[in-house]
Design a protein. Structure first.
Length: 962
């Protein structure tokens, strides 16, 4: 272990928009631990599974195997990237961009950035595009996440400003959670909400979701609506509120405009009509409306279920209409509160880093706003025409109009819809420049030039979370290798570009001086100055103040000593007449309705322990214990109708492509619907489209159709077909491997499986498993027989693959050679191998080619490290036989990731425990410790407590056992 002193650095979690504070523990230049910051007002010390394992994603072995540590140039597409020094790399970037700008004009360059960038990074990119390149063609992956919320706030309240605070969770009497599986997507906030209800058992929760998620399981009322029917539901609720005089007429008269048109609209939306349109029970709609309107304080929490829709803005508006009609806004515990998906989507919006925004919430369409930004930047003007948004930018590149794509801190070849189009765009663009921290993202494979970026633990700047709170992000360690900050790379390229191109009204020297930023703070101070007099005025804030008093909410103007917790308390809104606006909207159908050819609704969303494209969370076997493989969830009735059992492969097809996944029955998904996690891109899932091309993961299927107002694509609904594939050949392998090699091996395997030799595979994935430890706690990754990580390979084909084709795969995994116990039937392409540890008592790995049935038992034996329950060679028998001989049960699903506690152990304890639900939960926590660390599994534990009744005589049995 290093003898260097342990340091603690205050920073924030880089994942979701809850914006939890963290204390990063480091020794020398190595991050060795992370803790929740007890003083951060977002989390008060809590972290979820993702946040609490951040340090494990910064281990030296991850850095060595996956980080991009120097500039790399690809001389030909598809070829290997070659190292390049910084100076020629920056020269190449600026020369190619300047050439394209001069030849084709500013519209030929698209810049696509990220809600994970810091505010300072964002500010420089925004100024570079709008001030130097002279277009508005900068957009961000926040377009996929929050742009409908932005458009909804602006249309109704007049500004892109979430009016609430996290403290409102404890002050609300009714909480309406709509289009959000908070328990998984915003776990720390959900834990705060659970705590609020424990303190106030009168608090009621209404959850609106097409799935019965873990959040819905905890609701007092779950409205399981049909996909896309949210506006009809909210109109039905408003109708009832009007009918029963539950609206706040005084608030409507004094503080709003436009109510009459909406009132006339919802006249036809009786709860009965809404029930027909939404599939919900009429009584439930009535109950929801009464609870919401009659409550002293109603708070709405919402996310992608409203936003990722072709009518996303309208859904946001319909919800805000309810708040305005009942006066449920601008008071403690009340208001519409969008939950931000990304850590700094808010900061990006604040600096205007989108194709239709300007700095400090200014509007492109207003000449005065443009003049203010131009004056700040020392320019005669800035462009007025909105730029291309995310989908439009890639579509234009696919059509040959955009010639250069500059991508920073995001992975469009994983996350954008219609991956065939995205891949055409990346292929057709003349120059693809990618700033990245991880070398293995799908997008990085298309880069002509890759520039290494710093990441969590190395960056310095600020972020803004969902409740408008600005926190400092601090570097705990120096940038590894040659990695640099995103803003610094943008500055270096901008200054080189400025010598060649830019506004003709400025000299090259003046253009270069526009980007004269010695550090992150100098950028932030320019941003701060731009907010003066705006709704998000932060002229009272400074880095020093953030240092001294901690994170602050905006606005906080000069002279104020703290930020504002709640907006619109005076009923005055940032509109021309100071009134909030009701907007009359008609429900619109989905972009793709289900039809005979595509009779299922595909919904995509998050897993509890994964984040976005998994470039960071996917490095940890620990975080793949809860959901360990790509799969599609279907209702049990659909499973039966399609004659499917868990694990069977199904083909999912939309009008754009096909993906093969394992099926899993889950009653949480409604009939005729399918749920697939958004995380499974081509980095983790290999397969081919009908024309033989490698597909782009789940977004091969999704539709690029977007909301006409927010331009946010409808990632939450695609009409698909689901077909059983009767595959005759499968491959499964699992083996512990040295930690220092496991991630690099995974890369090699995925590349090998993508080659033509394996094109008959309809599906393949290679994922890590294990229980990684911090560098300070591990043996340095040299593992001997059984380490802390390994790989699991799954593949399937309609025809057997020759065993000799598979040989290099087995060799890479170390699952070949004379030391293994082996059975082989080459004519039938059957092969079974077992790798035992040195003592021959435990299974270290297995390989099953052909018939993989019963692999679950082998998985248990590899994972649990239990001594083999019989002669090892019995494990070479075919699956069913093996299981019968050994009388062993497969491992059950992991529930608690932190302490690796599975459902079977939880069930066993609950069967023996009596008492009130909280007492039974406590018994569970005392005996197994599950849910006592990060708490992300607590919603599931509470559901299991409710579902699993104690056996008769449990108390007596427990007493005897004790
Ligand atoms: Fe990070 Fe989890 Fe907090 Fe989100 S809830 S910021 S992922 S620790």
């Amino acid at each position: 272990m290093s003898t260097e002193p342990l340091r603690s650095t205050r920073s924030t979690c880089p994942y979701c928009g809850v914006g939890c504070g963290v204390l990063i523990k480091s020794r020398g230049e190595q991050i060795v631990g992370v803790e929740g910051d007890p003083e951060h007002p977002a989390n008060f010390g809590r972290l979820c599974t993702k946040g609490s394992t951040l340090h494990l994603t910064a281990r030296a072995e991850v850095q060595q195997q996956l980080r991009l540590l120097q500039p790399m140039q690809r001389l030909e597409r598809g070829g290997a990237a070659q190292p390049l020094a910084w100076e020629p790399a920056l020269g190449l970037a600026s020369q190619r961009l300047a050439e394209i700008w001069q030849r084709h004009g500013p519209d030929a360059i698209g810049v696509y950035v990220s809600g994970q960038l810091l505010t300072e990074d964002y500010y420089v990119f925004n100024k570079l595009v709008k001030g130097l390149l002279g277009s508005n063609h900068i957009d961000t992956n926040s377009r996929l996440c929050m742009s409908s919320a932005v458009a909804g706030y602006k249309a109704t309240l007049g500004a892109d400003a979430p009016p609430c605070s996290y403290e409102d969770l404890a002050l609300a009497q009714t909480v309406l959670i709509t289009g959000s599986n908070m328990a998984w997507a915003h776990p720390v906030l959900f834990a705060r909400l659970e705590e609020a209800r424990r303190a106030n058992p009168q608090q009621k929760w209404i959850v609106v979701d097409p799935r019965r998620t873990e959040t819905a399981e905890r609701a007092d009322l779950h409205l399981q609506l049909l996909p896309g029917s949210d506006v009809a539901l909210m109109h039905g609720m408003l109708h009832l509120m009007l009918w029963e005089s539950l609206i706040d007429r005084r608030y409507i008269e004094q503080h709003t405009s436009g109510f009459e048109a909406l009132r006339d609209r919802v006249r036809e939306w009786t709860p009965q009509a809404a029930a027909r349109a939404t599939g919900c029970r009429e009584d439930d709609i009535v109950t929801a409306a009464r609870w919401f309107a009659a409550s002293p304080a109603s708070l709405s929490l919402y996310c992608q279920g409203l936003n990722q829709s072709s009518s996303g803005t309208d859904k946001n508006i319909a919800l805000i209409n309810l708040h305005l009609a009942t006066g449920q806004i601008g008071k403690p515990g009340a208001g519409p509160f969008s939950l931000t998906g990304q850590p700094n989507a808010m900061g990006g919006r604040e600096v205007g880093g989108l194709a239709n925004l300007l700095s400090a919430h200014r509007d492109l369409a207003r000449p005065q706003d443009r003049a203010e930004v131009a004056a700040l930047w020392g320019l005669p003007d800035v462009p007025a025409t909105p730029g291309r948004t995310a989908v439009e930018m890639f579509q234009a590149a696919a059509d040959g109009e955009v010639k250069a794509l500059w991508i920073a801190c995001t992975n469009p070849a994983q996350s954008l819809p219609d991956q065939a189009m995205v891949r055409r765009a990346l292929e057709r663009a003349e120059f693809v420049l990618v700033q990245e921290s991880f070398a293995n993202t799908a997008t990085a494979q298309w880069a002509d030039l890759l520039l290494p970026a710093t990441t969590w633990g190395e960056k310095d700047g600020t972020v803004t979370n969902s409740e408008r709170r600005i926190s400092r992000v601090r570097a705990a360690v120096a940038a590894p290798g040659q990695a640099r900050h995103d803003w610094a790379m943008a500055v270096d390229i901008a200054q080189r570009l400025a010598r060649q191109i830019g506004p003709a009204s400025l000299t090259p020297e003046q253009r270069v001086a526009m980007f004269d930023y010695p550090d992150a703070q100098s950028i932030w101070e320019e941003h701060r100055a731009s907010t003066q007099g705006r709704d998000l005025d932060i002229t009272g804030l400074s880095y020093e103040l953030l240092e001294q008093v901690g994170p602050q909410q905006w606005p906080m103007a000069q002279g104020q000593t703290q930020g504002r917790a709640r907006l619109y308390e005076d009923g005055v809104f940032p509109t021309a007449d100071g009134r909030a606006r009701f907007v009359d909207i008609a429900p619109r159908p989905l972009a793709e309705t289900r039809r005979a050819a595509f009779p299922f609704s595909l919904n995509t969303g998050r897993l509890r322990d994964q984040w976005h494209g998994m470039s960071r969370t996917g490095t940890l076997g620990r975080l793949l214990g809860h959901t360990s493989q790509p799969m599609v969830e279907l209702h049990p009735q659909d499973m039966a109708r399609l004659r499917l059992v868990d694990g069977d492969e199904v083909g999912l097809s939309s009008g754009r492509g096909q993906v093969v996944l394992s099926a899993k029955g889950n009653a949480a998904v409604a009939p005729a619907q399918a749920f697939v996690p958004m995380h499974w891109g081509s980095e983790s899932l290999i397969g081919r489209t009908a024309d033989g091309r490698l597909h782009g993961g789940i977004n091969e299927l999704t539709t690029p159709v977007f909301c006409p107002k927010s331009k946010q694509p409808e990632l939450k609904h695609t009409a698909i077909r689901v077909e059983k594939l009767n595959l005759s050949w499968r491959l499964m392998a699992r083996v512990w491997l040295p930690g220092r090699a496991v991630l690099a091996l995974r890369q090699q395997l995925m590349q090998m499986l993508a080659q033509d030799d394996f094109k008959s595979l309809v599906m393949a994935s290679v994922l890590p498993f294990g229980r990684e430890e911090a560098d300070a706690d591990s043996a340095g990754g040299d593992v001997g027989d059984r380490g802390s990580s390994g790989l699991v390979l799954r593949a399937a084909a309609s025809q057997p693959l020759p065993l000799k084709t598979l040989a290099p795969i087995a060799a890479l995994l170390g699952l070949d050679g004379p030391a293994l116990l082996a059975y082989e039937d080459a004519p039938h392409a059957q092969q079974r191998r077992l790798l035992l540890d040195a003592g021959g008592q435990r299974l270290r790995g297995y390989w099953l080619a052909g018939d993989t049935s019963g692999h679950e038992l082998l998985d248990s034996l590899v994972l649990e490290a239990t001594p083999l329950p019989g002669a090892a060679r019995l494990l070479l028998a075919p699956g069913a036989l093996r299981q019968r001989w050994l009388q062993a049960a497969p491992r059950s699903a992991q529930i608690c990731t932190c302490l690796d506690v599975n459902e079977a152990r939880i069930r066993a304890v609950l069967l023996k425990s009596e008492g009130q639900p909280e007492q039974r939960l406590q018994a569970l926590q005392t005996q197994l410790r599950c849910g006592t660390e990060c708490g992300s599994c607590l919603p599931r534990l509470r559901t299991l407590v409710a579902e699993i009744a104690p056996e008769a005589g449990a108390a007596a049995a427990a007493a005897v056992a004790l």
